[in-house]
Design a protein around this ligand. Sequence first.
Ligand code: ADP
Ligand code: ZN
Length: 605
Amino acid sequence: MNEVKRPKKPLIYYYGIICLALILFNLLAMPILSERQIKEVDYGTFMSMTENGEIGRVEIQEQENRILFTDKEETTVYKTAMVDDPELTDRLHQADIPFYGQEIQQESPILTFLLSWVLPLVVFIAIGQLMSKKLMDRAGGANAMSFGFGKSNAKIYVKSSEGIKFSDVAGEDEAKENLTEIVNYLHDPTKYQEIGASMPKGILLVGPPGTGKTMLAKAVAGEANVPFFSISGSEFVEMFVGMGASKVRDLFKQAKEKAPCIVFIDEIDAIGKKRDGQMGGNDEREQTLNQLLTEMDGFEGNNGVIILAATNRPESLDPALTRPGRFDRRVPVELPDLQGREAILKVHAKKIKVADDVDFNRIARMASGASGAELANIINEAALRAVRDGRRFASQSDLEESIEVVIAGYQKKNAILTDQEKWTVACHEIGHALVAAEQSHSAPVQKITIIPRTSGALGYTMQVEEGNHYLLTQEELENKIATYTGGRAAEEVVFGTSSTGASNDIEQATKLARAMITRYGMSQDFDMVALATVQNQYLGGDASLSCSPQTQAEIDRQVVELVKRQHEKARSILMEHREKLDELARYLYEKETITGEEFMRILQS
Ligand code: ADP
Ligand code: ZN
């Protein structure tokens, strides 16, 4: 450890400072404060004011060798030095001015007391507390604990109240299998110790948001029946410098006391980002990270503290964090596949009342690409919808509608499209569906709707994947692009013009075409050369180009070429089936929502 610890100072030290300051304040500040309103005049003025009857009352302070007096209204206090003047009292008496030997009280005694003793005391104690808090945070350790400063916010989840088990986490079988070993170890560490095996200290759960990483961590604790500490990476990085590091220290201290246990650090990328050595980097974050590394090195492999961490940006983590002996095991938690989605839907459907005839497989197929959290949300939306409509069970149609709600937002009840716009949208959507259906490899459509959604979509075509696809051929990818361009192509074929409704399609088509050329090696002449690297695998998957400017220009040319070719193909498919296009669009225009079966029936009639 390279941290220099400051010597601890006893409390008496701070109170000493406070007392000293208080005394100084009273000796120096109070007299100045109270004398401020007193006006000094010469003795002659005093005498003439006495004669003119301009004086309210007089106080003779023989000990201080001065006279205090006020004007008639007693608003101003004057002061003058005492002169040997034996007739003074006679003169004052004659002028009928009251005079005293004691002090004129300028403020109430209670106020004076409060101002001179209590207020400074309060102020100094407050300052003292603040200072000692800061000092102790830096010193860290035991005495900080005793005051509750710098204590980590890690929450201990009591097993009984949470009680999440592996069975609550649907799908994710590989992840569960991987983590079962940890559970076994926590159950019976001796078996592992005997053979000399040590558990990995840290396990990194990586995957897109909402895939159940937190749930899995809780489930490990639940299965192993051990305490569960959880803290989010962003909680470490706080206002005061040094707080994060002291939190890490405290977290590990608590964890070691409670071992065996699970420590879960969510969003570890918040503290574990690569240290790039840039000037003006986040010092606090680096200190926290250093402390975390130190703590992880500090405890032996077999003391029963297992650290689980979650992130959806594994590539941004500091290599020091992922090296052996730290977070050396990586458990991918991917988006669920078809079976996974079905299982997740079923798990969550147990919490609500659903009709008996609900086809979860169909729902799972419709919700392709949804994460566990989104699926949980779909089930809940369906229940809410059932209540809104006064039903006691959520039905198949509730579930289907809520997929659309979760994916595309609520129906916009009061969006008013003109007839012409509605007709355009109908043609556009049928264009997508028709192109998809006519290319044998595209998935058949499930549903087409032209009811505007709060997400801004004016309509959409829901495609259904038949099973799990792990590989896509070049032809399938090209067909996908053609399907994206199908909407615009239909507008061109029917109206001879284009509208703004295709912006999202254009984005998708371009992204796919670019990936084909730069990453999948499906270009004319780049062969199997990687021209781009993926940046955020789990968050949108943006790729950044890594090639010369000339190559970039060539890539752009080929992307345009590729999309153009598919657009042309879509247009010719639609022209070939012009009557079907019109017929289907008219049908959709009238019904606003049509199912895949209806679509196929008309297409094949
Ligand atoms: P992450 O930590 O990966 O972002 P969470 O574990 O917080 O995701 O999951 C959020 C919610 O999504 C959970 O509370 C749960 O309701 C639901 N969920 C996600 N994945 C699953 C799953 N595999 N099985 C059941 N529910 C899941
Ligand atoms: Zn479109």
